[in-house]
Write a protein that binds this ligand. Structure first.
Ligand code: ADE
Ligand code: ZN
Length: 333
């Protein structure tokens, strides 16, 4: 039996650095928004929808994730989804959140940039006051689409003054290497944006190397496959490159067999700068606190490790030095 932890994972102050806002759309909200917008869903009820949450790989999840976005039509829909995430994240101990959104997935459905960006951003603007969570919005680009499409959307976001602080790269990884997006990252850097990208989730360790060398990213989302390359691990440790690891996601998308087999303990032991994140919590069985609780229950994650993971998340965030100091003081207390 695990002994009760002195550190309650629910109250550990953490930064959530890897979170797709569309992946926080809970089944109940999907049904509520469908009803509000007069959209007929291809599922009779919640149970029938939940039966689809059995994934075989990343693509099988993405198919459902994109399909369920159909219920997001108005600014109010995006705002309600964002508010629901922040309320839940606050109970999980999240004190700073860097939130990815997939604008191309909404544009392709005929939803404007203004609708999706303003809906999410209007709630983020109130988040510190309302939920005690400071935030940054990250525009994530779909790597299975072209670089031209990504560049066009980035230019539109910049032209409208969208309150984004960083860009990311997500969606189907294998076959869509970082080398496709060199000009996108050059443009984002020139615009003063921070840079992150998914790499080494299903794709090979070389995608992590290329994200660093070709895209110049400061952070890697997932990165678990780095363990296949000892030289890369050495470099990541030496340069303190943050890896935003998502344990429950990796199990549900079968990047690892079971939580007991998760490489997080090996990554910590190697001295890698890892944090724990929820990715798409409505789809993968839990929020940040659930990830911590299951890591503790299954892998015997110690209080020391949890505190280190929390400190890593704060240090690895794109928050101001002042905000980081505030959160580290809270953690140390
Ligand atoms: N989009 C939403 N979740 C994702 C994930 N885990 N990997 C790649 N793209 C995503
Ligand atoms: Zn992700």
């Amino acid at each position: 039996m695990q002994t009760t932890s002195d550190l309650n994972p629910r109250s550990l102050p953490v930064a959530e650095l890897h979170l797709h806002i569309e992946g926080t759309l809970e089944p109940e909200l999907i049904f509520a928004l469908a009803e509000r917008n007069g959209i007929e869903l291809p599922y009779r009820d919640l149970d029938e929808l939940r039966e689809r949450y059995e994934f075989t790989d990343l693509q099988s999840f993405l198919d459902l994730y994109y399909a369920n976005m159909a219920v997001l039509r108005t600014e109010e829909d995006f705002a309600d989804m964002t508010r629901a995430y922040l309320a839940r994240a606050a109970t999980a101990g999240v004190r700073h959140a860097e939130i990815m959104m997939d604008p191309q997935a909404h544009l392709s459905r005929g939803v404007s940039l203004e609708t999706c960006v303003n809906g999410v951003a209007s709630v983020l603007a109130q988040s510190e006051e309302e939920f005690g969570i400071s935030t940054m919005l990250i525009a994530a680009f779909l790597r299975d689409l072209s670089e031209e499409s990504a560049l066009e959307v980035l230019e539109a976001l910049l032209a409208m003054g969208a309150p984004i602080g960083a860009i990311g790269l997500d969606s189907a990884e294998v076959g869509n290497p970082p080398s496709k997006f060199v000009r996108l990252y050059d443009r984002a850097r020139e615009a003063g944006l921070r840079l992150t990208a998914h790499a080494g989730e299903e794709g090979p360790a070389s995608y992590v190397v290329d994200s660093l060398d070709l895209l110049g990213v400061e952070r890697i989302d997932h990165g678990i496959r780095c363990l296949d390359d000892a030289d890369l691990v050495e470099r990541l440790v030496e340069d303190r490159i943050p890896l935003t690891v998502c344990p429950l996601s990796n199990v549900r998308l079968r990047a690892v067999d079971t939580l007991a087999d998760h490489p997080l303990p090996a990554m910590l032991a190697a001295g890698l700068n890892v944090s724990v994140n929820s990715d798409d919590p409505a789809y993968f069985g839990g929020y940040v606190d659930d990830n911590f609780a299951q890591l503790e229950a299954v892998l015997g994650l110690s209080d020391f490790d949890k505190a280190r993971l929390a400190a890593n998340s704060i240090h690895s965030s794109f928050a101001s030095d002042e905000r980081k100091a505030e959160l580290l003081a809270e953690l140390n207390a």
